[in-house]
Design a protein around this ligand. Sequence first.
Ligand SMILES: [Zn+2]
Length: 273
Amino acid sequence: MVSTVYRNAHHGHCTWHLSQNMKTRCKKKGATEMFLHIAKIYKTFEFDIAYNDFRNRYPEAAQYLDERESLDRWTRAYCPKTSYNIMTTNGVESINARLLEERKLPIIALLDSLQKLASSWFARYRHASIASNTNLTPTIEGNLRSRFTDAQGMQFFELGCLEFDVRSRGHSAIVDLESKRCTCRVFDIDRISCAHAIAASWLAKIDLYDMCSEYYFTMSWCMAYSETVYPVPEENEWPHNINFPLVLPHLLEKRVGTRKQNRIPLIGEFSKR
Ligand SMILES: [Zn+2]
């Protein structure tokens, strides 16, 4: 269903939850930290070297990953789609935590509660985005400024029309400003200029902000929270010309003993099933 509606979406897993599941197979010190580090590597050949090293140090953990997940599900280097550097399930976590009590409520009360929660979040981020005085969202603006500092002192050579060879500390990167790509892959994946692209943009006299994805702009952030989430109206205000289907509850077998309360499983936990 998801792949039908979102045809360009890719099914990935939360690396943090995967790392927690991995602990059931490998509890050696440093395995989680190294796993989280290699999952974020940009270049495939650098990832391959690092994953071989990881496999030698933590064979049980590597076996756990190889048996359950293909590389495109958890590595940045092999992800076939754009990830925009935002890899988090914080929203799911917050809803999970907030619904512990509300989930016991009848459906209308639950919807009311969800509406209040969504409205409060929308208001918080709407106010924050309006108050922001930067072109990009504060975090991304900070990233760009930091990369701008890194770009100082880099050497660059014009190769072709909007293509540059940018060198720093003995390493070379090829930047193509037209396709917004760099051989370091940071520019391609993050959709924010890497330090090499910043140096190249300076030489080409191109505005740095023109090189960033529109999704990172404060205006996009503001628009994302501009919609209103309305409460469920009073029952006597519901339209009367709708034939509501009769929805019967599921036939459930009543279990003996105390009812176990399950939370909604998180993305990484599906692999346990
Ligand atoms: Zn680069």
